[in-house]
Design a protein around this ligand. Structure first.
Ligand code: ASP
Length: 317
């Protein structure tokens, strides 16, 4: 099938406070660009927005640097529980899993649920589903995340969050930020999808539910798609992804919708970030946190937000 519009792509690897070393920054940039390059070529080859989003999320889940899939942070009891969701803007369907354990790619379960009558499953149901689908058991624990948790345990869980990316130098300062992943794509047929996957905040109470498998953290219509990162409670309180998407669906430009929503979030002292695309091909990103680890393909070139200066709430191209 020939492409009708120029595909667009934006991905993120979390938000939080600044990366300590330039080495960390370059490594994150390389990781994000590898995903952008592969997923953008899929879009050029005719992949749908949902297919591209799922592939991008899988690649980011498989990278131990990010807090999703392999390399997920541990909760207060030392266990990994992951959440992921997928929203197809064309069908208007949201699907997801909440607090699933022992699977490699939670986004694949979310994808399977797209066509199921029951589209959001919690821990027990997600586990049953992965058994039913004969998904192999997988342990996404990495040494760095374990060290981070042991350190926190020794400090009596003073930090309320785990590190934004898993880097040896960051394992010592575990309150450096967050590190969920997300992908938003506009395919060559003009259709949008958004996906988000997370290991959660890290060190949280058992049963805590992340925004990542809620429309507050991940949402898309035929007009726009958004994936969020940051403190889930703040994202839920702002209902950020759905709010931005609905503003665009109601006629606001993406840039205006982002600016209005991030101005509100900043006034409310929230700690969060988001990536967004609309059906016209506009790309935008925003943050109230110190950094947002995002990269995009605008149809011509790849760019990123890694050295984006403080002071501006949103960026766009
Ligand atoms: N939003 C995720 C959560 O609160 C964390 C993150 O974005 O890093 O579960």
């Amino acid at each position: 099938m020939t492409l009708q519009v120029k595909p667009k792509l934006i991905i993120h690897g979390g938000a939080g406070s600044s990366l300590q070393g330039k080495g960390g920054l370059e490594a994150v940039r390389r990781s994000l660009y590898t995903v952008i390059e592969e997923v953008y070529s899929l879009l050029l080859a005719g992949a749908t927005a949902s297919e591209a989003v799922v592939r991008g999320c899988q690649m980011l889940e498989d990278n131990p640097r990010f807090n999703a899939g392999t390399g997920s942070v541990l909760q207060s009891d030392g266990q990994i529980r992951m959440s992921a969701s997928l929203m197809d803007g064309t069908s208007g369907r949201f699907s997801g899993v909440i607090n699933v354990s022992r699977v490699k790619n939670p986004i694949e379960l979310a994808r399977f649920l797209q066509t199921s009558p029951d589209r959001v499953l919690s821990d027990h149901g997600s586990l049953e589903l992965s058994r039913e689908l004969q998904v192999p058991t997988y342990n996404g624990l990495t040494d760095l995340r374990l060290q981070e948790w042991i350190q926190e345990r020794q400090d009596n869980f003073k930090s309320t969050m785990a590190g934004v990316v898993a880097e040896p130098e960051l394992a010592q300062s575990s309150n450096a930020g967050r590190g969920t992943i997300g992908v938003v794509a506009l395919d060559g047929y003009g259709k949008l999808a958004a996906g988000t996957s997370t290991g959660g905040k890290g060190f949280e109470r058992i049963g805590r539910v992340s925004d990542s498998a809620m429309p507050a953290g991940n949402y898309a219509t035929s007009h726009a798609g958004v994936s969020c990162t940051g403190i889930g409670e703040d994202i839920i309180d702002e209902c950020l992804a759905a709010k931005i998407v609905i503003r665009v669906s109601d006629g606001m430009s993406l840039q205006e919708a982002m600016l209005r929503s991030f101005t509100e979030a900043s006034k409310n002292a929230r700690d969060l970030g988001a990536i967004a695309l609309d059906a016209t091909g506009a790309i935008s990103w925003g943050k109230t946190s110190e950094i947002l680890l995002a990269a995009y393909h605008n149809g011509d070139t790849i760019g990123d937000t890694l050295e984006w200066k403080d002071g501006e709430l949103i960026g766009y191209c």
